[in-house]
Each structure stands twice: as structure tokens, then as C-alpha cells.
Design a protein around this ligand. Structure first.
Ligand code: HEC
Length: 154
């Protein structure tokens, strides 16, 4: 029994990581971003570094670019570490409150939940971390171990 449980746990773990590895930016994630986000975060939008130079009022109205793999990863890994996870969270990792960009993940609850699950699985098992690069207000900065969970296949 004990041994069966262990084998099952190993197989389940394998199935999850295999699923994450099958998902790719090009096939699975880019279409979600194109449909729900590119209107405000597309080719016309400023690069993250330029966006950071805008004044606060402008930065509230205009989003930075994140419609390509490299620009998207700016908000996962660096320099805006965890911003993607903080804005897209479904509430499970952020104390019940959804991130303010979650609503753009789809037209209805089912589509939003499905696209959220796809992006989360694509990033990798254990990679959905809301931490910033450095500690802020008592929330620890991201660790190398957490960053190593990011798979995010192109
Ligand atoms: C209608 C326009 C609009 C759409 C659609 C939209 N966003 Fe945003 N987004 C913004 C604006 C404006 C900001 C900057 C203001 C703010 O911080 O909330 C922003 C900020 C963000 C940030 C924070 C960037 C940072 O470094 O602080 C992330 C991450 C983000 N959006 C992700 C997304 C994703 C992913 C989608 C699609 C699922 C999306 N947004 C759809 C307008 C939009």
C-alpha cells in the first residue's frame, strides 16, 4: 500500500511536469496574450524600461509591452520579478484577492480559469511565486531555488 502510494505520487508528479513541458509560449501562451492583453500590452506599448520613465499618471493609463516571449519574461523573472504572477493571480496565492489583470484572461469565468491554469502550468511546477526580486514590506525576495522552477518553454 505504502509502496503503491509512492509509485502513484511519482507518476502523478511525472504527469504534471510532462504537461508543463508540452506547453510552449508559441503554441499555448502567446495566443492568450494576443487575445486578452495585446490591445494594451502589444507592439505599440513601451518597453518596460521606457514605461518606468513615464510619470505616474501616464503609467496608470498605459501598459508596458509584454506580447513577445522576452518582454513577457520581464514580468516573470527580471526586472519586474513576479509582477505577472501578482497581477494574474486567481486569489489562491494572494490571500483571496484576484490580481487586477486576471479579468482580461477570458470572456467568462470558465475561459479565464482555463487560461490561468495554462499559464501557471506552462511556467512550471512551483514557479508561480509572487515575490519581488528584493524583500519589500516584510515579503522576502525571490530565491534562486524558486527561480529555478521556471520552465516556460519557448
Ligand atoms: C484595457 C487595457 C489592458 C488590458 C487589456 C490588459 N492590461 Fe495589464 N495593464 C494595463 C495598464 C494601464 C497597466 C498599468 C497600470 C497598472 O499598474 O495597473 C497594466 C499593468 C500590467 C502589469 C504590471 C506591470 C508592472 O511591471 O507593474 C502586468 C503584469 C499586466 N498588466 C499584465 C496583463 C496581462 C497578462 C493581460 C492580459 C491577460 C493584461 N495585462 C491586460 C492595461 C491593460
Amino acid at each position: 500500500m505504502k509502496r503503491n502510494a509512492l509509485v502513484f505520487a511519482l507518476l502523478a508528479g511525472f504527469a504534471v511536469s510532462a504537461a508543463a513541458q508540452d506547453l510552449t509560449w508559441r503554441k499555448d501562451v502567446a495566443p492568450i496574450i494576443k487575445k486578452g492583453c495585446a490591445e494594451c500590452h502589444g507592439v505599440e506599448a513601451p518597453e518596460y524600461g521606457d514605461w518606468m520613465l513615464l510619470d505616474d499618471a501616464k503609467r496608470k493609463k498605459e501598459g508596458p509591452r509584454m506580447d513577445t516571449y522576452t518582454t513577457f519574461m520581464n514580468y516573470v523573472v527580471w526586472p519586474a520579478t513576479g509582477a505577472m504572477m501578482r497581477r494574474l493571480d486567481d486569489g489562491a496565492s494572494s490571500g483571496g484577492k484576484k490580481g487586477n489583470m486576471y479579468k482580461y484572461l477570458g470572456d467568462d469565468d470558465a475561459e479565464r480559469a482555463k487560461n490561468f491554469a495554462t499559464i501557471k502550468a506552462w511556467l512550471g511546477d512551483g514557479a508561480w511565486n509572487l515575490n519581488r526580486f528584493k524583500e519589500r514590506k516584510g515579503v522576502p525576495g525571490i530565491t534562486k531555488e524558486q527561480l529555478e522552477k521556471v520552465k516556460a518553454k519557448y
